[in-house]
Design a protein around this ligand. Structure first.
Ligand code: NAD
Ligand code: 89V
Length: 344
């Protein structure tokens, strides 16, 4: 099969990482870009030498000449753009958060299923090197059956300078960052039956919550805690690391600051370095995220070529998105939420 051609919509802050990563992906490349902001269209078009530039997604689709579309816009445009891709029968990658609501996300999955096109959510955190290393240890049964976990992201990093819109929404940390942490919890301990959440806003300059603590009951019987904060001022800032603690029937795993991975079982304790690579175009501390962008895009190229289902397909991501909705509902009502019922 010849190289797949892609079009990217949304040339903002994060799309620059996606454009760099597409250059490294084997089997696919970007041939056209689109942004309604002329300054962003020019900046990214010039940086990556793109000739085909569009200010309107409808014009991009009408012109055609590509095998898939990568939607890198912010959430309000996700549903209309995914449905546009479905109408043109163009396979589609959509950035997280998938949608504004679970109802929208379900409708987007149905639109792509009815059009018989693949749909993947760009849920990249599970593709990070340290997270994959933890998954491999569990697959090797290094700690037996895990019965407890903690997935923790606590930081004082200023995300608002790069992404000012994050300060403006009624929802912040669960929708933007916790969504990744909840997806990691599912990736490591499996799907979730029910959940209880508490949230806080500590930073008075933003609208949404910047602290959340979520208790998850997994279908496997394991219990976990997802705790996320952008109001945590540490001596050693760990942005954007997700720290993991897992207790199993035969041992424990600890992924701690600096990508230190420790496994303890009956054979003793092994400590290894699970650091991500610093790709040529990447920069610290974002390199872990940047490497995972390359990994998920390579996965998409491979699945599109072999016809397999992408791991973070739209259908799969409904189960992560439901956790986000359930967490907000639980924080509002103070009650536990039946996640399985939301997905029926
Ligand atoms: P941004 O505002 O910097 O960029 C979005 C761009 O999309 C803007 O240039 C805007 O003009 C353009 N756009 C919006 N609607 C459009 C439309 N209908 N047609 C054409 N162009 C349109 O936002 P960002 O920070 O780059 O975030 C984009 C997405 O990436 C968000 O959903 C965000 O959550 C996600 N993100 C993911 C990660 C990650 O690690 N997975 C990190 C940062 C951001
Ligand atoms: O992944 C994200 O969506 C980013 C960040 C890691 C900064 O929260 O917004």
């Amino acid at each position: 099969m010849s190289e797949l051609k892609g079009a990217l919509i949304g040339c903002g802050f994060f799309a620059v990482n996606q454009m760099h990563a597409w250059r490294d992906v084997v089997g696919a490349r970007i041939v056209a870009i689109c942004d309604r902001d002329p300054a962003r269209l020019k900046a990214v078009g010039d940086q990556f030498g793109m000739e085909r530039r569009y200010s309107d997604a409808a014009e991009l689709f009408a012109a055609g000449g590509f095998d898939f579309v990568d939607i890198a816009t912010t959430v309000p445009s996700h549903r209309p753009l995914v449905e546009m891709a479905a109408r043109h029968k163009v396979p589609v990658i959509c950035q997280k958060p998938f949608a504004l609501s679970l109802a929208d996300a379900k409708a987007m999955v149905v639109a792509c299923r009815d059009a018989a096109i693949p749909l993947m959510v760009h849920e990249n955190f599970r593709w990070q090197t340290p997270i994959q290393a933890v998954r491999r240890l569990l697959d090797k049964r290094a700690i037996g059956t895990p019965f407890w976990g903690r997935f923790s992201f606590r930081s004082g990093y200023d995300v608002f300078s790069g992404q000012p819109y994050l300060a403006e929404g009624e929802r912040f940390i669960i929708e933007d960052l916790g969504i990744h942490t909840l997806d990691i919890a599912r990736f490591i301990l499996g799907d979730v039956r029910n959940l209880t959440a508490r949230t806080k806003r500590v930073n008075p300059k933003i609208k949404g919550e910047d602290v959340a603590t979520i208790l998850l009951d997994h279908e496997s019987g394991a219990t976990s805690i997802v705790d996320v904060s952008y109001a945590t001022k540490l001596a050693n800032e760990t942005f954007p690391e997700t720290l993991i603690e897992l207790d199993g029937t035969d041992g424990t795993i600890r992924l701690s600051a600096g990508y230190r991975l420790e496994v303890t079982n009956s054979t003793g304790t092994i400590v290894s370095d699970a650091s991500p690579q610093l790709l040529g175009w990447a920069s610290r501390p974002w390199h872990s995220i940047q490497e995972s962008v390359y990994a998920i895009q390579q996965h998409w190229s491979d699945r599109l070529r072999d016809g397999g289902e992408p791991e973070t397909s739209g259908a799969d991501n409904l189960k992560t998105f439901a956790l986000v909705e359930a967490a907000y509902e639980s924080a509002k009502t103070g009650k536990p939420i039946d996640v399985e019922a939301m997905l029926r």
